[in-house]
Write a protein that binds this ligand. Structure first.
Ligand code: SAM
Length: 651
């Protein structure tokens, strides 16, 4: 959802909020005030100077201009590499990028950092955004939306709170009991907080949820401010869905991954970047031979008119993948940010697209409606339909991306076929086709539709959807398409002088061969939307090459990402759901197979769902703040099918 931007008025280059009638920072000493109130108020200096490795998790309310974040980033940067920062903040009225740039230009000593923040600053859409700096040593999670609501969706443990936000007298809504309750839920004994205000509502609010609160001298002429330490949660919130509670985990030394497609390779890199040694087991001699092996795939999210959990996953995943690709391949050697058009090839789709734009659900920089003429101009060839245009979207070569993912000193790729998993004496034993027995403390199952071949995961309802793409040589004369076009099928601009288009969508098909019938179907879909390209390609129709693959999908078309539940225990513990779906379970806990995780079922959306899912799994396994909202994580939890069956009384 698009949010209301901050309405800023400038008094001599200092930003002032018209919505809240308050300043963002002290005009000439903002950075000193930030250091005093938050850095010193939370007593971070001894932590940072301590010799032990430090992964500092900070929670902030009110990101505003990002000054607090940048001041702390600078501090961490000045220390050695064993210190890293994950700064989590929330913002209900995001500044637009030009206001942000202007506001931060007041601090010339911070230019080096502000110059990196501004280009990565997210589009104005609600949800969790992820920004990475200094080789991932500094992470910024920006939750666009209301503070209490955003924090209620976060799964993390925070070391120190920066309680900023306009003064309680000017912004009473933010300093709510709901926010304080979430702050307590996300704290652990010893978590500190500091805030510029000494208002009674804040003092009492934090005391009531379990903080020891003290007053201190405020900055400059301010008399008082508050600091404190968390003791214990006095208002714990009941767990609503205990079957989705995640098992505790400690960062392991090594992880073994089964399956070398987009999901396995992205998971491998997310772990390797955290210093974990990864063994990636792939049964074929090459990576990405299954659904991830097409020469090109469209990188975009089909967005719903009204926000849904699936839409949120797709949008977050899309934004995450685009940011990641910009970071890892700025020269666009294996992807292209050429834009994607999603054509309205039926009246129903046209009405849906009009509705989506009328409701102003998404910002214009993300998606806008264009006429067939405008799209023809952008695509550089005749386009038959009106449609949506996504300028920041594009295409990716999934196989090249997989190769890039595993090119890391912490990853070794092994060719083996794993047939069976068993757990003995604290370790997983992986029985392989060649007879060799491998062992591992942690295993992530990423082998698409084969993920339910193991006893532990045989309850996962996976299905395959056959798809064939057609590939043809693009002669210089017809090598002219400039952006990805999605109609009933899709086509990308030529890569290595070849067009790749398709794909068929066959729920029953098991045929591995490339068929002429499917080529005809792909050509027909192409002809409907791009007559000129079709005319060129159709003349070569007998020389079409192709590739068939099977997308691995699930009944709800959401991927399966998370810990592997113990099916029998889940059924027994939550049996009461058969009689009453709203039953409140006291102290009931879901059990999981120890250190066994699943990442599969990405269908044809792997380019946008795999990288964010990999980050999610790596964060779960390494006990870090999770990058997706709790309700989205629940919606992809591997236990959901068992629970749905209990509720429907089909198990
Ligand atoms: N920390 C900021 C910095 O370093 O520039 C300054 C924060 S400014 C004083 C307060 C911020 O809180 C504003 O950007 C405002 O839009 C945001 N805010 C106000 N109410 C909020 C709410 N309910 N949820 C999230 N953010 C909120």
């Amino acid at each position: 959802m698009r949010l209301i931007h901050a309405h800023i008025c400038w008094t001599e280059d200092t930003p002032f909020s018209e919505q809240h009638q308050d300043i963002y920072y002290n005009p000439d000493k903002g950075h000193l005030e930030s250091d005093y109130v938050f850095y010193s108020g939370n007593n971070l200096e001894p932590l940072i100077q301590n010799k032990r490795p430090l992964h500092l998790h900070i929670g902030e309310t009110g990101f505003g201009t990002g000054l607090n974040f940048i001041c702390l980033w600078k501090r961490i940067r000045e220390t050695n590499e064993s210190r890293s920062l994950h700064f989590i903040s929330t913002e209900k009225y995001p500044l637009n990028r030009s206001d942000l740039k202007k506001a931060l230009s007041n601090w010339p000593e911070l230019t080096d950092l502000t110059d990196q923040l501004v280009p990565q600053y997210p589009l104005n859409t609600s949800g969790f955004h992820h920004l990475y700096f200094d080789n991932n040593r500094i992470k910024l999670t920006l939750m666009f939306g209301d503070a209490a609501e955003s924090y209620s969706r976060l799964n993390a443990k925070v070391d120190a709170w920066y309680l900023d936000g306009f003064a309680p007298s000017k912004n009473p809504d933010m300093w709510s009991p709901e926010l304080f309750r979430e702050i307590a839920r996300l704290s652990k004994p010893g978590t500190t907080f500091s805030t510029f205000t000494s208002a009674g509502i804040v003092k009492r609010g934090l005391r009531d949820v379990g903080f020891d609160v003290r007053k201190q001298k405020g900055f400059g002429r301010k008399r008082e401010m508050l600091v404190g330490t968390f003791v214990e949660n006095t208002t714990p919130t009941p767990i609503e869905k205990p079957w989705f509670e995640l098992p505790a985990s400690e960062k392991p030394k090594e992880v073994t991954i089964i399956g070398g497609g987009l999901s396995g390779c992205s998971t491998a890199l997310a772990l390797a970047e955290r210093g974990v040694k990864v063994t990636l087991i792939e049964q074929e001699s090459q990576l990405a031979t299954g659904g991830s092996g097409n020469p090109q795939g469209a990188l975009y999210a089909k967005l719903p008119v009204k926000q849904t959990i699936q839409g949120e996953l797709h949008l977050s995943g899309f934004l995450y993948s685009v940011n990641m690709l910009k970071r890892i391949d700025p020269a666009e050697s294996f992807w292209s940010q050429c834009g994607v058009m999603q054509l309205a090839t039926s009246d129903k789709e046209l009405a849906r697209q009009n509705n989506l734009i009328d409701q102003e659900t998404y910002p214009q920089e993300l998606v806008s409606l264009k006429s067939a003429e405008e799209l023809s101009e952008i695509a550089n060839t005749a386009v038959n339909f009106n449609g949506l245009f996504f300028p920041t979207a594009g295409w990716v070569s999934p196989r090249a991306l997989c190769d890039h993912f595993v090119d890391h000193p912490n990853i070794s790729v092994v060719q083996q076929q794993v047939n069976d998993l068993s757990f003995a004496e604290g370790l997983w034993q992986l029985a392989t086709q060649s007879g060799e027995l491998l062992s591992a403390s942690h295993v992530v199952i990423c082998n698409a539709e084969m993920a339910n071949q193991f006893n532990q995961t045989d309850h996962l309802p996976l299905k395959t959807i056959r798809g064939q793409v057609s590939i043809t040589q693009a002669k210089p004369a017809n090598n002219k398409l400039n952006s990805v076009v999605c109609g009933d099928g899709y086509i990308s601009p030529a890569q290595n002088q070849q067009y790749c288009f398709g794909a068929t969508y066959d729920l029953q098909g098991k045929e591995r061969n490339v068929t002429q019938e499917d080529h005809e179907s792909n050509l027909e879909k192409l002809g409907k939307v791009l007559p000129e390209i079709h005319a060129d390609v159709a003349s070569e129709s007998n020389d079409l090459q192709g590739r068939t693959a099977f997308r691995c999908s699930t009944p709800d078309y959401m991927p399966i990402v998370g810990p592997a539940p113990v099916q029998d225990q889940l059924i027994e513990t939550f049996a009461q759901l058969r009689k009453d779906r709203k039953w409140r379970f006291e102290n009931a806990k879901a059990e999981h197979h120890p250190n066994l995780y699943v990442n599969t079922g990405h269908g044809s959306k792997g380019l946008i769902t795999c990288p964010i899912s990999a980050e999610l799994l790596a964060s779960m396994i390494c006990d870090e703040p999770l990058p997706l909202p709790k309700d989205v994580i629940d919606a992809i939890n591997p236990a959901r099918f068992i629970i749905k069956k209990l509720i429907k009384q089909t198990i």
